[in-house]
Write a new protein. Structure first.
Length: 172
């Protein structure tokens, strides 16, 4: 390869790198892990937003319409003791890990879903490292306090609406 040809190839590579640098947010280099985490790749994040919207919609409606069934569910889990806390921990950890694994977005409104995912992971961790505390919380469920599940259902429905909006507005 001649010197002039290799210089031309080098110049084209520099021009491409310069164009990519202009598209990056100020202060972030190409190799920065923060810049890579902030760039939405599309399908995985969108799919995770859909999963979260559907999950929160179904759980929210269930909490609103069947609060006494949720009381029985948590009383049953509490009756299993540590095993009941671990069972809930598996649900929480798996849901949170899916969100964290496929929706690592730390900018704009989408960061709320990432934070919810981490909250679920931490809540699951709590079930595994302090199961007695989790059992005490679950044992507090009673028909007199069924309204707590309805309030939680309202919050879940609000999150479902928000995550649905994210999924629609951020389609790849």
């Amino acid at each position: 390869m001649s010197v002039s040809r290799s210089n031309a190839i080098g110049l084209r590579a520099q021009e491409r790198a310069s164009r990519r640098a202009k598209d990056r947010p100020r202060g972030q280099s190409a190799a920065s892990p923060i810049s890579l985490a902030n760039e939405r790749t599309g399908p995985l994040e969108h799919g995770t937003e859909v999963i979260a919207a559907v999950s929160f919609l179904v759980i929210g409606l269930s909490h609103l319409l069947q609060p006494k069934a949720w009381v029985v569910f948590f009383q049953t889990l509490a009756g299993f003791g540590t095993a009941g806390a671990f069972l809930e921990g598996f649900f929480l950890l798996n849901f949170g890990a899916i969100i964290v694994g496929f929706h690592n977005v730390w900018h704009g409104p989408a960061r709320i879903l990432t934070l919810v995912g981490w909250a679920q992971v931490l809540k699951g961790l709590g079930r595994f490292i302090a199961p007695e505390f989790a059992v005490r919380i679950m044992a507090r469920a009673s028909t007199e306090r069924a309204w707590v599940f309805q309030a939680g259902g309202a919050v879940a429905l609000a999150l479902a609406g928000f995550f649905g909006w994210l999924a629609i507005s951020n389609r790849p």
